[in-house]
Design a protein around this ligand. Structure first.
Ligand SMILES: [Zn+2]
Ligand SMILES: [Zn+2]
Length: 114
């Protein structure tokens, strides 16, 4: 094999390894994001919210929202969770009425502590 050919191979494999590494990283990130809230945490935040959207009180369909995304915070504690209806959940992700919704979440949490 000529040195040139070896060099070419080296770059080829390095390139492939980079792609594989990127894929693995992506996969790991996805897994991290999906790491689900455990039952105790889920129950605690739902009970705190009285099984209602903390903003509007809608209670037919509710989601659990991470105030700081789990991918960033790795935080599934009550302090980082909120209960929102799909409508307000979407809105907070779209940064619409974010302040108002966060406000309502905080009020709901402080209310329950008393
Ligand atoms: Zn709502
Ligand atoms: Zn969310």
């Amino acid at each position: 094999m000529s040195p040139d050919y070896i060099d070419e191979l080296k770059w080829k494999y390095l390139g492939i390894n980079k792609i594989i590494a990127k894929d693995l990283l992506k996969e790991a990130r996805k897994l991290n994001q999906r790491k689900s809230i455990n039952t105790a945490q889920r129950t605690a935040i739902l009970e705190l919210a009285n099984y209602k959207c903390m903003y509007c009180g809608f209670d037919t369909v509710i989601d659990i929202h991470h105030i700081v995304p789990y991918s960033k915070s790795k935080d599934n504690s009550i302090g980082n969770l909120a209960v929102l209806c799909p409508n307000h959940h979407k809105m907070i992700h779209l940064e619409k009425y974010r302040e108002e919704i966060i406000d309502a979440i905080n009020k709901c949490k402080s209310h329950q502590k008393k």
